[in-house]
Design a protein around this ligand. Structure first.
Ligand code: ATP
Length: 302
């Protein structure tokens, strides 16, 4: 049985001299979720991960991974998780298969049938020396290494860098399958579209501080989106002006276009009681827009 929460940090802080790489991070990653850890370059994502793996010591605070203290139980944690570091060191003269054998031996064996399936899905080349592989193909060996023991928790630092779009899709499906089995994925990324597709929740970090922690679905509802309604009869613009979150209304008899920020449900409930809606087209705001909106609001609020 996997531990819930899979990751818990309390006041986790790492300063390098005057550089505040990470400040007072309180985070809970729940068992069975894909958690997207999103932030621009230098935000503190890698610092967080390296602290969880006890590669670096926090200046203050503490963390538990699978219920174990990251410092006193680092060896058990290492053997119980799958880890894709930003820069996985591999012996260039070993083939992919030999590399996986090496990692498997460290962990007491592996199911080679499962490795074969993973390799096929990622279109990995296991018979070439890893030193002769392109960076994307080398990355696939790193991913298989992390997935192959079916760990309760996968911690991955920018894992899709260098993967082509088809392989990225397959990799995203693999992450969703891990979560569907009740296992957990901690995905550090600056690829917004990937987090949007794959994550249940997202933590946004900037200059070492967590500035937002949201379900991806809620984050979406905070974004502005353009909506077009068709009604069976002409309507008045005034009806929409009184609705919270509505702006930029254009009325062309039975057709209304507007911008809306909020839960769609609230708007639809209000309209459905009064008008006969024939058609609705919404232009889904993507996470990039939301991300930028968030950063802007944060700056204005500060
Ligand atoms: P990226 O997306 O670029 O990988 P990141 O979010 O992973 O960025 P970190 O690598 O955690 O960011 O870096 C956070 C901050 O800490 C940066 O300002 C970085 O320069 C600084 N930093 C990281 N490691 C060290 C170190 N060993 N010594 C001094 N400063 C460091």
């Amino acid at each position: 049985m996997t531990h819930d929460p899979a990751i818990e940090t309390r006041g986790l802080t790492k300063h390098y001299g005057s550089v505040e790489a990470l400040t007072d991070l309180d985070l809970e990653v729940r068992a069975g979720e894909v958690f997207g850890f999103l932030g621009p370059n230098g935000a503190g994502k890698t610092t967080t991960i390296r602290t969880l793996l006890d590669e670096i010591r926090p200046t203050a605070g503490s963390a538990e991974v699978l219920g174990m203290d990251t410092h006193s139980h680092s060896v058990e944690i290492r053997s119980g998780i799958g880890y894709v570091p930003g820069d996985l060191a591999m012996y260039p003269n070993l083939t992919g298969r030999d590399t996986l054998t090496y990692f498997a031996n460290l962990r007491g064996g592996v199911d080679w049938d499962y490795v074969g399936q993973l390799a096929e899905r990622l279109d990995a080349e296991l018979d070439k020396k890893v030193g002769d592989l392109s960076s994307g193909n080398r990355q696939k060996v790193g991913l298989i290494q992390a997935f192959m023991n079916r760990p309760d928790l996968l911690i991955m630092d920018e894992p899709s860098s260098g993967l082509d779009p088809l392989v990225q899709r397959e990799f995203q499906a693999m992450m969703r399958e891990v979560a569907a089995e009740g296992r957990t994925v901690f995905l550090s990324s600056h690829t917004l579209s990937e987090v949007q597709r794959v994550a249940d929740r997202v933590g946004i970090i900037r200059t070492g501080r967590l500035i937002a922690l949201e379900a991806v679905a809620d984050l979406r509802s905070k974004a502005m989106r353009r909506i077009e309604f068709q009604f069976s009869e002409p309507v008045e613009a005034a009806v929409f002006q009184e609705v919270d979150g509505v702006s930029d209304i254009e009325v062309l008899r039975r057709r209304v276009m507007l911008s809306y920020r909020g839960h769609l449900d609230a708007l639809l409930t209000l309209l459905a009681g009064r008008y006969d809606i024939v058609d609705i087209t919404t232009h889904e705001a993507d996470l990039e827009e939301i991300f930028l909106t968030y950063y802007r609001d944060e700056e204005e609020g500060a």
